[in-house]
Write a protein that binds this ligand. Structure first.
Ligand SMILES: NC(=O)c1ccc[n+]([C@@H]2O[C@H](COP(=O)([O-])OP(=O)(O)OC[C@H]3O[C@@H](n4cnc5c(N)ncnc54)[C@H](O)[C@@H]3O)[C@@H](O)[C@H]2O)c1
Length: 316
């Protein structure tokens, strides 16, 4: 990260990521193995000036060596916070980040799962402004900084617009939109140059979808928030990007109203022929968190098996 003093590394042990709980054959070793050499390949083609500090457009210390740190993990020495980290995507992100050498703090509502081995758990309601203040105080005290935030906490409801109550609509806004604002605002002041914030939008933040009035409104908003944050934080060398997952088999798709969806029929419309696994999204989060994406900010990375790529004309 910013300086070597801020980014101790080399003591992290790489371990295989756990398999995903939804049964898709997309464990870390299969979808994008940590040892494929992607980071080190980048290191070969990208000289030292692609290191984290260069994201700020400032001079990059030649000795950061971030992109060639493959053996120690692509996030070696970094402090990462994953909100919603007991949920499907957050847990996969936390697992992968631990295996890539990061020190990972997982937060969520009251425990309802086991934090990934190697990660630390702490409760945090992301809608609670004072709870964010307490958490950032602890991070400052314990680590002096935060290098990566993946803000994965979120909720969904699936209900026709005309049947959605104002209270439901507001609850989804509060949890998905306002909390994303709170998360960015809390995390950024702790980040040295090279910091990376990853927010969670959705393909429902790119296209409309029936039944998702409240949810889609938040996910479009997250994309806007992310772009503004990217612009305003670029000067500090902090990158802010959003992920737009397609249908990922996690608990969120068991939320109210989703039971009415014919998932088999939906899955047949996905060009790559399957729903995503949390690990698919975690691999994309790793890219955005790591120096491999040092020149990427203010953008969206769609992870959806191709469903938003366009229309497929039915063939006779
Ligand atoms: N699963 C999908 O198909 C999909 C697709 C696109 C985007 N997303 C987004 O990805 C993110 C993660 O979703 P997931 O699929 O892992 O769902 P999930 O339900 O498995 O996990 C979400 C986690 O957020 C936590 N959470 C909810 N409200 C919270 C609050 N107020 N404070 C703290 N934690 C809270 C939940 O306890 C849960 O552990 C969400 O923002 C979701 O909108 C998911």
């Amino acid at each position: 990260m910013g300086t070597d003093a801020q980014s101790p590394r080399g003591d992290a042990e790489r371990s295989a990521s756990g398999s995903d709980t939804d049964g898709h054959a997309t464990g870390a070793g299969e979808s994008a193995p940590a040892d494929t050499g992607r980071a080190s390949a980048a290191g070969k083609s990208a000289p030292a000036d692609t290191g984290r500090a260069s994201a700020a457009g400032k001079s990059a210390p030649a000795d950061t060596g971030r992109l060639t740190a493959g053996a120690a993990g692509r996030l070696a020495g970094l402090i990462a916070l994953v909100t919603g980290g007991l949920g499907g995507i957050g847990a996969a992100v936390a697992r992968l980040f631990v295996s890539e050498g990061a020190t990972v703090l997982v937060t969520d509502l009251a425990p309802h799962g086991t934090p990934p081995p190697g990660a630390t758990y702490r409760p945090l309601d992301v809608t609670d402004e004072s709870a964010w203040q307490a958490l950032t105080g602890e991070l400052r005290r314990d680590h002096g900084r935060l290098d990566v935030l993946v803000h994965s906490a979120g909720i969904a409801i699936s209900r026709p617009l005309l049947d959605t109550s104002a209270a439901e609509f507001r609850r989804v806004q509060e949890t998905n939109t306002t909390a994303t604002f709170l998360a960015i605002r809390a995390a950024a002041p702790l980040m040295p140059p090279g910091g990376s914030i990853v927010t969670l939008s959705s393909i429902n933040g790119v296209l409309g979808a029936t039944g998702l009035a409240a949810y889609a409104a938040t996910k479009f908003a997250v994309r806007g928030l992310t772009k503004v944050a990217a612009l305003e934080l670029a000067e500090a060398g902090i990158r802010v990007n959003t992920l737009c997952p397609g249908s990922i088999a996690t608990a969120i798709t068991a939320a109210p109203g989703f039971a009415d969806t014919d998932m088999d029929a939906y899955t047949r419309t996905i060009p790559l022929g399957r729903r995503g696994a949390a690990q698919d999204v975690a691999e994309a989060a790793l890219y955005l968190a790591s120096d491999a994406s040092a020149y990427v900010t203010g953008t969206e990375l769609v992870v959806d098996g191709g469903i938003t790529a366009g229309r497929r004309f039915p063939r006779r």
